[in-house]
Design a protein around this ligand. Structure first.
Ligand code: NAP
Length: 303
């Protein structure tokens, strides 16, 4: 029930009408018995500053931020949490209010921690791992950063456009590891071809797909070449979550490799945002079930 006590959070992006985040967060608020409501907020390019100021003025507790505003929102904020600063992208804004009414806008990025939490939940410890990341966009950047911080021995980044992978590696090598990070993990950038994918995967423990290959509606595509078995020792982590069972995950399972879907990361990054806003532990199981039900119902591209 929405009434005078209702606390608002939401999602700013363009477009946002297909997002399933409202379903996931509102299910969590209900399970926690919190009078909170999560609403989609379509914000066209160029309007992000006005939108964020408006959110603060309207008493929102925070927002998630999605494409195309993850970088554009940064100049509007008062400060960035360490992950957002390291990744140069914000997916969660918290609105902090002092007793005197002073508002502070804090930018967070929960993708890296969400990536690692989901990997650990799947039973894979990232410490000492040799990883191959396919893609060099925002999701890949979060994954490489998270693996390096978690003490991966080596991370090889394969991308269609080599210069983008090289820039990612150079950027992240320049980011000092916070306390707890194990220095010395090697970062390597290579071109993404069927040959480099197979060759790199043979020498790795973990293969992460951070490209849109396999994503609905292009469900027949996969970054793994046809007719080549996936090494059975490998954990294959596909960040694509729609569909939950991608062609890459099917190829992995058929070869006896461990297959981990992208829904876990999606839910964990949302759970971390909810914890930042409310200060309460998120009901991850409830959020997962709500998202799965909504995906089955809508078959859309939720974020
Ligand atoms: P992005 O920033 O647009 O980056 C896309 C990356 O994929 C780029 O490196 C691009 O290479 C590569 N790519 C695109 N089309 C390709 C193709 N046909 N063949 C080979 N490489 C291709 O996107 P993103 O935000 O990182 O998202 C990437 C994927 O991760 C999407 O499927 C998204 O849904 C998923 N994701 C999942 C989560 C989660 O929580 N599970 C979170 C974020 C993203 P170039 O540099 O050559 O263009």
């Amino acid at each position: 029930m929405i009434d005078g006590r209702t606390q608002l959070v939401g999602l700013i992006g363009w477009p946002v009408e297909h997002s399933l985040s409202p379903v996931m967060h509102n299910a969590a608020f209900q399970a926690l018995g919190l009078p909170w409501c999560y609403v989609p907020l379509p914000v066209p390019p160029g309007k992000v500053e006005a939108a964020v100021r408006g959110i603060a003025a309207l008493g929102f507790r925070g927002v998630n931020v999605t494409i195309p505003h993850k970088r554009a929102v940064i100049p509007v904020l008062d400060r960035l949490a360490p992950d957002a600063a390291a990744l140069g992208a914000v997916n969660t804004v918290a609105v902090a209010r002092e007793d005197g009414g002073q508002v502070t806008l804090i930018g967070h990025n929960t993708d890296a921690e969400g990536f690692i939490r989901a990997l650990r939940r799947a039973g894979r410890d990232p410490t000492g791992v040799r990883a191959v990341i396919l893609g060099a966009g925002g999701a890949a950047r979060a994954a490489v950063f998270a693996l390096r911080r978690a003490g991966a021995a080596e991370v090889v980044v394969l991308n269609r456009t080599l210069s983008v992978a090289q820039a990612l590696v150079a950027d992240l090598e320049a980011v000092p590891l916070p306390d707890g990070g194990t220095p010395g993990g090697r970062l390597v950038a290579l071109s993404l071809t069927p040959e480099t994918v197979v060759e790199s995967a043979r020498a790795a423990d973990l293969l992460v797909n951070a490209t849109p290959l396999g994503m609905w509606p292009d469900v027949q595509s996969s970054p793994w070449p046809d007719g080549v078995p996936v090494p059975s020792h490998l954990t294959v982590y596909d960040l694509v979550y729609n569909p939950p069972q991608t062609r890459l995950l099917e190829q992995a399972r058929r070869s006896g490799a461990q297959a981990v879907g992208g829904l876990g990361m999606l839910v964990e990054q949302g759970a971390l945002a909810l914890e930042i806003w409310t200060g309460k532990p998120a009901p991850v199981e409830v959020m997962t079930r709500a998202y799965q039900r909504a995906l089955r119902r809508y078959r859309c591209s939720g974020s």
